[in-house]
Design a protein. Structure first.
Length: 352
């Protein structure tokens, strides 16, 4: 499939999904015409960086909660790492330094090994609507619930991020073999998979990637396609980008401190759970708008767009992904957790 056809297919699919989900949300909205009564509750949610497509669903969730409680339950989203940095959000949340936060499990895999199952590379999750079903099923599994409970947190919402793709400088990696020796920014299972094919991985905060790529410290960086590449300006200094590699995702998860959650009145807990559906709908809409904005920019930038054949992608799965899957399953099983069951849940839910 050439890039133009691929772009058209992506747009049609996402337009349909956004329309269908928006209709479902609008049909459900009359139930919330009456504000839910309760006590005044004011929380803070810790989040890094500035408002962007990735953070829009978090803002939407907070907005819906306030709206449906008549402003009595407010969650202030505090940006810029003012409350804690990305790698410290989980620690701060556990001890109650703030009541809510977005965390990236890939930043502390030893603390949330079960959650890292969703960050395994090359999982067959074709679109955001499917990802919504997968993450909800996965985090409802008893092993995932138990992991969060031990950390004194409750998983509330998972930001639906599109599949990562790479942007980079220098030689164009049209085949798997040409990634050998490249220095790439990739974390979690994706980083492990890239190591399997000879790339060296660098853990680097997103704001530092532009300069590292510009100076040649990095050859390529993986980010959610398309919004993050555009947000960080990588297209301005890159020579090429991948369009259909689909190597995986590093998820962002909205967590509440478990003690704070348990202290909420039941009607507020229900408001939070009900608001998730509309927040997911908005999440998908925002990501489609990002594609509408950035795909034409990338296409006209002069960068080489790399589209891999199905044969080439199968090589990625066999040589880079499956060894990482097997290692994760073995690690979970050795610790007494149902690793194979969790991986099967992801694959089965995605297929359905």
């Amino acid at each position: 499939m050439n890039f133009s056809n691929m772009e058209e297919t992506i747009m049609k699919k996402r337009t349909f999904l956004v329309g269908a989900l928006a209709l479902a949300a609008s049909l459900a909205s009359p139930a919330f015409a009456q504000a839910v009564d309760g006590p005044e509750v004011n929380w803070k949610l810790s989040l890094w960086g500035n408002p962007r497509a990735f953070t829009a669903p978090v803002d939407k969730l907070a907005e819906l909660i306030a709206e449906r409680t008549g402003g009595k339950f407010k969650i202030e989203v505090v940006y810029g790492g003012q409350l804690a940095g990305p790698a410290e959000n989980l620690d701060g949340l556990q001890v109650g330094a703030f009541q809510a936060a977005v965390i990236a499990p890939a930043l502390h895999p030893g603390k949330n090994p079960v959650a890292m199952g969703l960050d395994l590379p090359f999982l067959p999750i074709p679109d955001l609507a499917t990802r919504q079903q997968v993450v909800e099923a996965f985090f409802a599994h008893p092993a995932a619930v138990e992991e969060w409970n031990k950390l004194n947190v409750k998983q509330v919402f998972t930001i639906l991020s599109p599949q990562f793709e790479f942007m980079g400088k220098g030689e164009v990696p049209e085949t798997l073999e040409k990634w050998n020796g490249k220095r790439v920014r990739a974390a979690g299972g994706l980083g492990e998979a890239m190591g399997k094919i000879g790339a060296s991985t660098v853990t680097l905060g997103a704001p530092d990637v532009y300069q590292a790529l510009e100076r040649g410290v990095l050859d390529a960086a993986a980010f959610p396609f398309t919004y993050a590449h555009g947000a960080y300006g990588l297209h301005e200094i890159s020579d090429w980008y991948t369009t259909n590699m689909e190597p995986g995702v590093n998820h962002g998860v909205v967590l509440f401190n478990l003690d704070a959650w348990n202290a909420l009145p039941d009607q507020y807990k229900q408001v939070v759970l009900d608001a998730k559906t509309e927040a997911y709908t908005d999440n998908i809409r925002v990501m489609k708008e990002a594609d509408d904005k950035w795909l034409p920019v990338f296409k006209s930038s002069g960068m080489t767009a790399i589209t891999y054949s199905e044969e080439e992608k199968k090589k990625w799965i066999d040589q880079a992904a499956k060894p990482v899957w097997d290692a994760w399953v073995a690690q979970q099983n050795a610790a007494g957790r149902p690793g194979q069951e969790l991986l099967d849940l992801i694959i089965k839910t995605a297929a359905e």
